[in-house]
Design a protein around this ligand. Structure first.
Ligand code: ADE
Length: 224
């Protein structure tokens, strides 16, 4: 999968994909992430990419021309399955959307800043608008990093044990059960006996019960 990201603060995206699972995905050639600096696509003096909003009011707007220049330059090389704008007024991101997007080949993510991007870019280029939650970030970069992480780990072959994404929270509208590791006892706090029993049928049943209990308690809204 190829994910291109247009940003005015590309430095914010240097770290997140250089470690752990996403690093391995890139090294294996399963995921290619490229960050494009919007300022490389402006024809305005001093690499200007933002301007005042028509009609007045506080806050700057990312101008249409640099964005369209950047998008169209990228489209010469790549046919995108989705051009996604990260914005607090988009559809709320969830595991189902991550699953869907992990099946695509080419994604273009656009990070907004300040008051957002010129509406005409949204009207004519954007195919999907996504929010990562009901709060406002200072730009779309951290939201883009969240998307790339959630999507990237679902690409087949990225996780060592492919079944492990299937047992994630939310995959079956249930939260994941509690997990334990060594030692069996610490300060008198014991690992549940069933997990040490070696009986996989009993263990699966226990995990399912725990998932249901946790979901009822914490997230009854996601239960079917
Ligand atoms: N940009 C600013 N806030 C955001 C949010 N909550 N989700 C996605 N993009 C954003």
């Amino acid at each position: 999968m190829k994910i291109d990201i247009i940003s005015v603060v590309p430095g914010l995206l240097e770290g997140p994909f250089a470690h752990s699972i996403l690093k391995r995905a890139r090294e294996k050639g399963l995921l290619e992430v490229t960050v494009i600096n919007l300022r490389d696509h402006t024809t305005y003096a001093r690499a200007q990419v933002d301007d005042y909003a028509f009609g007045g009011g506080a806050g700057m707007v990312l101008m249409i021309e640099p964005l369209v220049n950047a998008i169209e330059a990228l489209q010469k090389e790549t046919v995108y399955d989705e051009i996604i704008y990260l914005t607090p007024d988009g559809e709320t991101f969830n595991q189902q959307t991550a699953n869907q997007l992990s099946l695509k080949n080419n994604l273009l993510l656009i990070c907004g800043h300040y008051k957002g991007i010129d509406q005409r870019v949204r009207d004519h280029f954007i195919t999907r608008e996504i929010s990562i939650g009901d709060y406002v970030l200072s730009g779309g970069e951290l939201a883009a990093a969240v998307l790339v992480d959630a999507i990237g780990r679902l690409i087949p072959g990225v996780l060592n044990n492919e079944t492990s994404a299937l047992t994630d929270s939310f995959q079956d509208n249930l939260l994941a059960p509690p997990v334990y590791s060594r030692p069996e006892e610490f300060r008198g706090w014991k690992v549940p006996d069933v997990l040490l029993s070696g009986n996989h049928k009993l263990i699966d049943e226990w995990r399912h019960e725990q998932s249901v209990k946790r979901t009822e308690e914490r997230r009854p809204d996601i239960m079917e």
